[in-house]
Design a protein around this ligand. Structure first.
Ligand SMILES: C[S@@+](CC[C@H](N)C(=O)[O-])C[C@H]1O[C@@H](n2cnc3c(N)ncnc32)[C@H](O)[C@@H]1O
Length: 203
C-alpha cells in the first residue's frame, strides 16, 4: 500500500481543517509522523485524544496502521471547554466528524475510558504507543507500564522537559524509570516529544 506522500504538510493540513486544534507543535508532529511511517501492518495506541488531531496525524502518515485512542472524555476541557479554542468543548460527535473530515474514520477507534486500568484486552499489541493523557506522576507511570507490556517498537511521551517546567511527573517517570530501562533507548526527541525504541524482546 502506498504511504502518504505529503507527510511534511500533515501538521498544516490538520491546523487548517480540524474542528478544535492539535496540541503538539509542528516539529513534534514531524517526529510522530516519522515514527508512524516505520510501521507495517498493526496498531498505534494513544492515550489522550482530545480533538483527535494526533490520531489523525498518524492515520494520514501511514494508511497501514489502525489507531485506537483512549480518552476519559470528561472533566477539564470536556467539561469547561478548551481555552486554546475559545472555550469550545470537544464531544464524541465532533471527534467522529474530524475523523470523517480527514477520511480516516475507518481506521481510528476512539474509546471513552481511563487509561488505567487499560481498557483493551491486554494481549492486544501495537507497533507504537503515544502517551499524552493525565500528566501526573502516577498516571504517567501506569501508562508507561501498560505501554511496555503491549508495544512492539516505539513509545512516545508528550510534554517532557516542557520549557515552563509544568509537568514534573513526566520528568520523574522518564528520568528515573524509562531512561533506566535496559529494554528501551531514546530514538529521538523533538521539543517536548520524546520517542523510545525497544531494543530487547518482551520479558
Ligand atoms: C493534552 S490532551 C491530548 C491532546 C492530543 N494528543 C493532541 O495533541 O491533539 C490530553 C487528553 O487526555 C485526556 N485524559 C486525561 N486523563 C486521562 C486518563 N486518565 N485516561 C485517558 N485520557 C485521559 C483528557 O481528557 C484530554 O483530552
Amino acid at each position: 500500500m502506498k504511504l502518504h506522500t505529503d507527510n511534511d504538510h500533515i501538521f498544516n493540513q490538520i491546523c487548517e481543517k480540524i474542528v478544535g486544534r492539535i496540541a503538539i507543535t509542528e516539529a513534534e508532529t514531524r517526529l510522530l509522523v516519522e515514527v508512524a511511517t516505520k510501521g507495517s501492518e498493526g496498531h498505534h495506541f494513544e492515550v489522550g485524544c482530545l480533538w483527535g488531531a494526533t490520531a489523525i496525524a498518524v492515520a494520514l502518515a501511514n494508511p497501514r496502521l489502525n489507531i485506537i485512542t483512549v480518552d476519559i472524555m470528561e472533566g477539564e476541557y470536556w467539561a469547561e471547554g478548551d481555552p486554546s479554542v475559545a472555550m469550545m468543548t470537544p464531544t464524541p460527535e465532533i471527534l467522529l466528524a474530524n475523523f470523517n473530515l480527514f477520511e480516516v474514520a475507518d481506521r481510528i477507534t476512539a474509546i471513552k475510558a481511563k487509561s488505567y486500568p487499560w481498557p483493551l484486552i491486554l494481549p492486544q499489541k501495537c507497533f507504537s504507543f503515544f502517551i499524552d493523557g493525565d500528566h501526573s506522576y502516577l498516571a504517567v507511570l501506569r501508562d508507561w507500564e501498560t505501554a511496555k507490556a503491549v508495544t512492539d517498537k516505539y513509545i512516545l511521551f508528550h510534554d517532557y522537559q516542557s520549557p515552563l517546567g509544568w509537568y514534573k511527573g513526566i520528568e520523574v517517570v522518564i528520568d528515573y524509570v524509562v531512561l533506566k530501562d535496559i529494554d528501551w533507548r531514546v530514538y529521538e526527541q523533538a521539543e517536548t516529544l520524546i520517542a523510545f525504541e525497544r531494543v530487547n524482546e518482551y520479558r
